[in-house]
Write a protein that binds this ligand. Structure first.
Ligand code: MCA
Length: 488
């Protein structure tokens, strides 16, 4: 089944109800959303987008961008959203990799594929034709709905292929797990180019046709202003630390709220405790990945334990294994592996990478390390993959190192994640360089090549990098040595 058919059934029931509530802009009812999806669908058809074609999208968060997403899946195209922070060379890579039938960009862009513009007001050359209702294309369970790029340890992003059935089952399971209600109101401040803001947040609301307060971006003042009419907030830990730092945020802001959900990065136990102290709410932490959507969740009813990501969601099998894939006794630390209807179909045009990621019995090896207690509660304790999670964005050091090593004065570099008061963790580069390399030089070089959030927040020059007997750079030593460089 096409997931849009599920949404549309709910949308029709709630025709006159608020769909997208846009502070400072025009609100849309669900009837309007249905019509706008048809308008976007007609535009896609006019651009020649057919069933199974990829549509690469790098646009601001507008109601029209939401309609474009829904129109893509409705018409059987494959939606490929990318971060608005990506630079031209980064976007060129995605174009070359997924060969989209259409690239919908936020502004003018030169490419060897058709480019349509949908600007930050939701206007632009994308709108080619008058609205004509487009049919909802029937899709089999394994047919792709989206490709979500995730960077890899090689420094080259891989496209995780998600099918309609992945999206439908995960959305249904989350609605049940989090007790979604018809009178819920979702406060939405996440970007819509990642699984968290797009599939987790919007799909829960759309399956139930509940109102979504659509903030263009995360802004504490706007969030605090909207909280009194919301019941559900989903955010990365930075949302919660920034709320706690804001003097206007207190228990009174939350009187209408039902649940605060956190994910995409580890929620510090002190944040969990401080939030409970300020508001009385225990943040519900859950665990997911682009490849697998949501895997585990703390319970809605029952003990939400700080520092853990809760229990396997219904239908998802979670195990902790040794390096050969054998399940370890409860309480031991090992690789987290998963199997279930949420798990993706593999990496786009990368059969070897896909094969490497799965065990023979179909379990996906996440690259996260964890431990499971006797009751089945999972705690994340680290990663086998070299990855930095900064404010909920994944940054693979290799990608940054490859660029740093292109700078003529740089002899070698090592990129690490260190604690950051706002982003939880942030990127730091340790470089061996000939005279004359400083932060400004590196920022200038990276400026047109790498999304800003991946730039090192600090560059440290050293005479040599610490290496083990095998000659491998000891990143653990660097992380310990420079643990405090971003603390202030
Ligand atoms: C912005 N900057 C960052 C980050 N965000 N630096 C490091 N890490 C970040 N996450 C930098 C900008 O480059 C800029 O640098 C400066 O901070 C201010 O930028 P601005 O855009 O104003 O920042 P912001 O609006 O305050 O953004 C912070 C944010 C945002 C709200 C925490 O990063 C965010 O929305 N994060 C959520 C990401 C997310 O949705 N992740 C889900 C993916 P300069 O001033 O130097 O130019 S993971 C997922 O989907 C999985 C499946 C899951 O489980 O959920």
């Amino acid at each position: 089944m096409n997931i849009y058919a599920r949404f549309e059934t709910a949308f029709r029931r709630a025709r006159d109800g608020a769909a997208l509530v846009c502070p400072g802009g025009e609100d849309w009812t669900y009837a309007r959303l249905i019509a706008e999806v048809d308008r976007a669908g007609a535009a896609l058809a006019a651009w020649g987008v057919g069933v199974g074609d990829r549509v690469l999208v790098q646009t601001e968060k507008t109601p029209e961008a939401v309609a474009l997403y829904l129109a893509c899946i409705k018409s059987g195209a494959v939606y490929v959203p990318i971060n608005t922070a990506y630079t031209k060379p980064e976007v060129d890579y995605f174009i070359a990799d997924c060969r989209p039938a259409l690239f919908v960009a936020g502004g003018r862009f030169d490419a060897d594929v058709p480019v349509a513009v949908l600007d930050d007001q939701g206007a632009g050359s994308f709108w080619r034709t008058a609205a004509t209702p487009v049919p909802t294309v029937a899709r089999a369970d394994d047919d792709l709905a989206a490709i979500i790029y995730t960077s890899g340890t090689t420094g080259r992003p891989k496209g995780a292929m998600l099918a309609h059935a992945n999206l439908i089952s995960n959305a249904e399971i989350l609605c049940a797990a989090w007790g979604w209600r018809d009178d819920d109101v979702l406060l939405h401040a996440l970007p819509i180019f990642h699984v968290h803001g797009l599939f987790v947040a919007l799909h829960c609301a759309f399956l139930n046709a509940t109102p979504v307060i659509l903030l263009k971006r995360f802004d504490v003042a706007a969030l605090v202003a909207e909280l009194p009419r919301a019941t559900v907030l989903m955010g990365v830990p930075t949302f919660y630390t920034r709320l706690l730092d804001d003097v206007s945020f207190d228990a009174a802001s939350c009187t209408n709220m039902r649940v605060f959900i956190s994910g995409s990065a580890p929620l510090a136990e002190q944040t969990f405790a401080a939030f409970e102290q300020t508001t009385g709410f225990r943040i519900l932490e859950r665990y997911g990945m682009s490849e697998t959507l949501m895997n585990t969740s703390n319970p809605l009813e029952g003990e939400r334990a700080a520092g853990t990501v809760g229990f396997a969601l219904p239908g998802t099998a979670v195990r902790v294994t040794d390096d050969d894939g054998y399940e370890l006794p409860r309480g031991e630390v090992g690789n987290i592996e998963l199997r279930g209807p949420n798990v993706f179909k593999g990496y786009w045009q990368q059969p070897e990478k896909t094969a490497e990621a799965f065990r023979d019995d179909g379990f996906f090896v996440t690259g996260d390390m964890g431990t499971m207690d006797g009751e089945g509660r999972l705690t994340l304790v680290g990663r086998t993959k070299d990855l930095v999670i900064s404010g909920g964005y994944n940054v693979y050091p290799k990608e940054v190192e490859m660029l740093l090593d292109e700078i003529p004065e740089v002899v070698e570099s090592a990129v690490i994640g260190v604690p950051h008061p706002d982003f939880g963790e942030a990127v730091v580069a340790v470089v061996v360089a000939e005279d004359g390399v400083d932060q400004a030089r590196i920022d200038r070089f990276l400026g047109t090549r790498l999304a800003r959030y991946k730039h090192p927040k600090r560059v440290l020059c050293v005479d040599e990098l610490p290496r083990n007997a095998m000659g491998k750079v000891q990143k653990n030593v660097l992380r310990e040595t420079y643990a405090n460089v971003l603390e202030t």
